[in-house]
Write a protein that binds this ligand. Structure first.
Ligand code: PEP
Ligand code: MN
Length: 338
């Protein structure tokens, strides 16, 4: 349920109304002050809230029932698009977030080389898995803590903020310390206990869509993190499971306008995992930006043929450089910066 206040409501009146509603109905208030509207989002059990009684207050313009189960992630609660601050960069604003790097960190030379080249091409963030969620327990599982150290080394040299996947609550403190954006992979999108822990920290979360998750389930996972108090959530579409086997997954670009309508959270697209084919990355990256995505996360490897993970979907640094040139043209048309 949301309560829209009259534009002339003072700060004191707003606080008074918010406290009154919280006490009377035992709900929490999520406040959103836009340019023209002040909105109180009521979170919790709102079944006993009397909308007509609220509307009797002359400072309350209108009361709207929110049909969707996600509240804090709902655009109704927060009409302006969210911009998530990551150090001196933002995700969700005019500037597109281009996150690039290898699937996994393999060596100092590899991560530093790739970091330098993607930075030179214009990427704003470095990706690289230290803890890898592999289908087979016998496959390379990542360099783990050593991988985090190497990412830090690459950051020191290039200044690129680190985006890397957290798989276990056990490593949360280390990630809070070392990582700029914590990635939650498709396999953990509904690991609700982990999501609750992420709600308690003050760190941007890149939440990847579960491989069989509906848009609503995806937003409910974001809601888990936000309900705990951490509203810095960046959504990531990385392809979903369909009957099609030609591509690794099926990229659901329709999620971009869907998210823009339903939520204020930024959304980035991962064309690498969505297709599993390096040669599809360029066209789908362009399509994603044209469709209004806030950024891309792209796998880039300096020697894809020898990659320990996902070489078949990784661009070479030269391919990434060419892609960035093309993306600049699309970005200009949709009035975004890159
Ligand atoms: C990754 O980004 O390397 C990854 C494992 O992604 P996903 O969780 O989307 O499969
Ligand atoms: Mn990968």
């Amino acid at each position: 349920m949301i309560v829209v206040l009259e534009p002339n409501t003072s700060k004191e009146e707003l606080q008074h109304i918010a406290r009154w509603i919280e006490d009377k109905y035992s709900v929490k208030i999520h406040l959103s002050r836009g340019e023209n509207l002040t909105i109180l989002g009521l979170v919790g059990n709102t079944s006993n809230v009397d909308a007509e009684q609220l509307e009797a207050n002359e400072k309350i313009k209108t009361v709207i029932n929110v049909a969707e189960p996600f509240k804090k992630a709902n655009r109704l609660f927060h009409p302006d698009s969210s911009e998530i601050q990551v150090g001196d960069r933002t995700i969700g604003g005019e500037k597109l977030a281009i996150i690039a790097g290898p699937c996994s960190v393999e060596s100092e030379e590899q991560i530093v080389d790739v970091a330098k080249s993607v930075q030179k091409s214009g990427a704003g963030f470095l990706r690289g898995g230290a803890f890898k969620p592999r289908t087979s327990p016998y496959a390379f599982q990542g360099l783990k803590y050593e991988g985090l150290e190497l990412l830090k080394e690459a950051k020191k040299i290039t200044g690129l903020p680190i985006v890397t996947e957290l798989m276990s609550e056990r490593d949360l403190d280390v990630f809070v310390e070392d990582v700029d954006v914590i990635q939650i992979g498709t396999r953990n999108m509904q690991n609700f206990e982990l999501l609750k822990e992420l709600g308690k920290i003050d760190k941007p979360i890149l939440l990847k869509r579960g491989m069989s998750a509906t848009v609503e389930e995806f937003l409910m996972s974001a809601e888990y993190i936000m309900a705990g108090g951490n509203e810095k959530v960046i959504l990531c579409e990385r392809g979903i499971r369909t009957f099609e086997t030609y591509t690794r997954n099926t990229l659901d670009l329709s999620i971009i306008p869907a998210i823009k309508k339903l939520s204020h959270l930024p959304i980035v697209i991962d064309p690498s995992h969505a297709t599993g084919k390096w040669w599809m990355v360029e066209s789908l990256s362009k399509a994603a930006i044209a469709a209004g995505a806030d950024g891309l996360i792209i796998e880039v490897h300096n020697n894809p043929e020898e990659a320990l993970c996902d070489g078949q979907q990784s661009l070479k640094p030269t391919g990434f450089d060419d892609l960035m040139i093309e993306l600049k043209k699309i970005a200009k048309i949709v009035e975004r910066d890159i």
